[in-house]
Design a protein around this ligand. Structure first.
Ligand code: KIV
Length: 290
């Protein structure tokens, strides 16, 4: 087995121009498959709120929810770096609560690093977390936890002023100590300039091909998303369709008594069946028929 992906490996990959592959994961079997496919980073995204927990946004998911998912992912994969997304409310209040919650992800759930959104108060949080020895991935551009403040789930950095603001945020997050930076839904020219301006790797999602790596949400990539799929998604399979076809076949087989068949059952020798039936007939199994 290859050794665990380290922060140094990621920095070296950027230097060598090797792309960093990231995917979200929320359970052990997915983590196992992602590892088998040689993914570098598994992000236990707070997108779990929508993809697996059925919420309308990422806001309601709790630290306790995310700890369960992160633990499952950490049990499923050894080599990829495991990054736990700090959910809304778990780091905004103070540096102290941010560190307290991040420690839980590392200590109780096996995360190697955490991700936090934004660049305002987040800068001070990044410094506090890094001081506490916890590696931090930043996230700017479309930051779903502040979608309401941003006017909805909209691309960011489409004017020169906004682009400059994003570039300044990226540089500040690097100085604060982030080891990598997610750029979500920003135009490629902006992502290109940011990627050149900072030494830490940029991981793009809807940010074009010049980023040092890419991330996609598991359910989007595999065709499991119910509802709107952003334009930046490339769907690599229709697992949702395959699951639905299989479930419909199962439903029909059960209803038509085609399942289970003989090979799905356990054998019992005839002699024992006859004995059992004789005992039943004699009423010797404790329940009289009269
Ligand atoms: O929560 C998530 O899945 C994310 C990725 C989209 C970057 O933050």
């Amino acid at each position: 087995m290859k050794t665990k992906v380290s922060l140094t490996d990621l920095a070296a990959m950027k230097q060598r121009g090797e792309k960093i592959v990231t995917v979200t994961a929320y359970d052990a079997p997915s983590a196992r498959l992602a590892e088998a496919a040689d993914v570098d980073i598994l992000l236990v995204g707070d997108s779990a709120a929508m993809t697996v927990l059925g919420y309308e946004s990422t806001l309601p998911v709790t630290v306790d929810d995310m700890l369960v998912l992160t633990r499952a992912v950490a049990r499923g994969a050894r080599r990829p770096l495991i990054v736990a997304d700090m959910p809304f409310g778990s780091f905004q209040v103070s540096n102290r609560t941010a560190v307290k919650n991040a420690v839980r992800f590392v200590k109780e759930a096996g995360a190697d690093a955490v991700k936090i959104e934004g660049a305002g108060t987040a800068l001070s949080r990044v410094r506090a977390l890094v001081d506490a020895g916890i590696p931090v991935m930043g996230h700017i551009g479309l930051t779903p936890q502040s979608a309401t403040m941003l006017g909805g789930y909209k691309p960011q950095g489409r004017t020169a002023v906004e682009a400059r603001r994003l570039q300044a945020a990226a540089v500040a997050l690097e100085s604060a100590g982030c080891f990598a930076l997610v750029l979500e839904a920003v135009p490629p020219p902006v992502a290109t300039h940011i990627t050149k301006a900072i030494r830490i790797p940029t991981i793009g999602i809807g940010a074009g091909a010049s980023c040092d790596g890419q991330v996609l949400v598991w359910h989007d990539l595999l065709g499991l998303t119910d509802g709107h799929v952003p334009r930046f998604v490339k769907q690599y399979a229709d697992i949702g369709g395959a699951v639905l076809t299989a479930l419909k076949a199962y439903v029909a087989d059960v209803r038509e008594s085609r399942f289970p068949e003989k090979q799905h059952t356990y054998a019992m020798v005839d002699e024992q069946v006859e004995l059992f039936e004789a005992e039943l007939a004699a009423g010797s199994l404790g329940r009289s028929r009269t």
